[in-house]
Design a protein around this ligand. Structure first.
Ligand SMILES: Nc1ncnc2c1ncn2[C@@H]1O[C@H](COP(=O)(O)OP(=O)(O)OP(=O)(O)O)[C@@H](O)[C@H]1O
Ligand SMILES: [Mg+2]
Length: 303
């Protein structure tokens, strides 16, 4: 497998009135799943299209394994892409659609059945595309992207239209492909899903880079760490009991307190010693969604 590092450098796309992508630079490493995140209109699709030579940049470059897409001698063997719910000839079966792609790319026809199996579409292989559900179309798109056994996979919102089982299937597939050493770059709005799927994130807003790095680092760099949600009918008594323990306590309303700086065990012990009744103790971990909203807040999505 060739080196599949993606390097985006100073990438810019100026449309007449909108700077869709504005001096964007980031890198995407092989062997990892990278989540490409940003509000609607942030420039994700435009960036991915420039990477794949479907849109000409105003300035800057995007390379895959050191080469621009146009300079790749056999692009389908290097990069597979799913940019939108795949389009195919309505009257063609899934298998025939993939076979046509094999012919166009100079690949053996047998690859069609292999990738159908990979995406779990074998039972629907001989049904016509027009009868495919949205999730089946997404799977067919991934199958087509995998035909050339590429080192790099680029997917724009691949979870669209997938049911919960489909989303889990996609997560396992993409994690497996990254574990084989491939580069997986995937855009999504599903932040909980991204936290489960991605190793790294690239967050953009209004065409610009906001943050890049391992998910855990990005989340912890901006959050104050865990806090404990405490439900008690005696909030003031508990607040007094926690004084002097280094806890910061804020009332959440509805009989709950948000306590930071101490663990649930410390709170439980303090409550017991002060004879305070507790109904619930719940440790809340900071999440990507919280951090994402914090990072992109106020950066006009629709420009
Ligand atoms: N062909 C075009 N002509 C003019 N403006 C465009 C064109 N393509 C994209 N834009 C604008 O560029 C900006 C970025 O769009 P883009 O589709 O890249 O965003 P996105 O991050 O993919 O958004 P979403 O999350 O909604 O898919 C938007 O303001 C959009 O209107
Ligand atoms: Mg988009």
């Amino acid at each position: 497998m060739s080196d599949g590092r993606i390097v985006v450098s100073g990438l810019t796309k100026q449309y007449r009135t909108v700077t869709a992508v504005d001096d964007l630079s980031f890198t995407v490493e092989p062997g990892r799943v990278t989540g490409f995140l940003g509000p609607n209109g942030a420039g994700k699709t435009t960036s991915l299209r420039m990477l794949l030579d479907l849109v000409v940049p105003t300035s800057g470059t995007a390379t895959i394994g050191g080469h621009r897409y146009v300079d790749l001698p056999e692009p389908t063997r290097v990069v597979g892409a799913v940019l939108e719910a795949s389009a195919a000839h309505a009257g063609r079966t899934g298998r025939n659609h993939l076979r046509a792609n094999c012919i166009a790319a100079g690949l053996p026809l047998s690859r069609a059945d292999e990738v159908l199996e990979l995406v779990g579409l074998t039972p629907a292989a001989d049904r016509k595309f027009k009868g495919y559900s949205l999730g089946m179309r997404q799977r067919l798109g991934i199958a087509a992207a995998m035909l050339g056994d590429p080192a790099v996979l680029v997917l724009d919102e691949p979870a669209n239209g997938l049911d919960p089982e489909g989303i889990r299937w996609m997560r396992e597939l993409l994690r497996g492909l990254a574990a084989e050493g491939r580069t997986v770059l995937v855009s999504s709005h599903l932040l909980n899903e991204m936290q489960a799927l991605a190793d790294d994130v690239v967050i953009v807003a209004a065409g610009r880079l906001v943050r890049q790095g391992p998910v855990a680092d990005v989340v912890s760099s901006l959050s104050d760490g865990d806090h404990v949600e405490v439900f008690t009918p005696e909030p003031e008594k508990l607040r007094a009991a926690l004084q002097g323990l280094g806890a910061s306590v804020t009332a959440d309303g509805g009989g709950s307190l948000a306590v930071a700086g101490v663990t649930a065990a410390v709170i439980g012990r303090a409550a017991h010693a002060a004879d305070v009744v507790l109904h619930q103790l719940r440790t809340e971990h900071p999440d990507l969604e919280e951090v994402f909203l914090q990072l992109t807040h106020g950066k006009a999505a629709i420009r």
